[in-house]
Design a protein around this ligand. Structure first.
Ligand SMILES: CC(C)(COP(=O)(O)OP(=O)(O)OC[C@H]1O[C@@H](n2cnc3c(N)ncnc32)[C@H](O)[C@@H]1OP(=O)(O)O)[C@@H](O)C(=O)NCCC(=O)NCCS
Length: 168
């Protein structure tokens, strides 16, 4: 059974394995924790990322962000993040949602289904009328997953499409 679980302390091992195997930058999705040790993840990284949902001592531009993991029958499949609202930078930048699927599980529909589940959560969180996502023009799997979830192309820059999905 597929489920989205909020980042938590019980799943520390699987979450650590996930962030340490994800590349530092893949199609614009950045990961600052590639290669971090288990102890450092548990003691520093995990508490910090969980704090991002209710930011403490963060700069003014920082928007609350919640991390979720997609699980299928006890196997961690991918990560989905929701930024709770837009700033001017996020509007033409990364938007509300960022996501990735473990390499060995890609191409099985998980990206599309996980995004659908994340959108349901995001619709209840974000105040804007539409959910914003940005995708690199050469990232065909992500583009298709976003389109399959009802998006339209609202704009573009040289390298990206700026996509939006109505909350209705
Ligand atoms: C983007 C990503 C999350 C997609 O996850 P996924 O589980 O492979 O996605 P799905 O299996 O649901 O496939 C989505 C679509 O891409 C297509 N697709 C999958 N792999 C493909 C490939 N290698 N080449 C072309 N199309 C591909 C699928 O057929 C599907 O399209 P369809 O529904 O029209 O048939 C995954 O590739 C990933 O983690 N990439 C790295 C991080 C990233 O790019 N994140 C998104 C930033 S915007």
């Amino acid at each position: 059974m597929l489920e989205l679980r909020k980042m938590n302390y019980e799943d520390v091992l699987e979450q650590w394995e996930y962030v340490t195997t994800l590349p530092a930058n893949e199609n614009g999705l950045t990961n600052n924790y590639e290669g971090v040790s288990f102890d450092e993840y548990k003691e520093r990284v995990l508490p910090e990322l969980m704090m991002h949902e209710n930011p403490v001592n963060m700069p003014d531009w920082f928007v609350p962000e919640t991390f979720y993991y997609l699980w299928d029958d006890g196997i961690l499949i991918g990560e989905f993040r929701i930024r709770h609202r837009l700033t001017e930078a996020l509007k033409t930048g990364a938007g509300h949602i960022g996501y990735s699927i473990k390499k060995e599980y890609r191409g099985n529909g998980y990206g599309t289904k996980g995004l659908a589940m994340t959108l349901e959560l995001a619709k209840a969180i974000v105040p804007e009328e539409e959910i914003y996502l940005r995708v690199q023009k050469d990232n065909i799997p992500s583009f298709r997953a976003i389109i399959a979830n009802g998006a339209y192309i609202a704009g573009e820059d040289e390298a990206h499409y700026l996509m939006r999905i109505s909350k209705e």
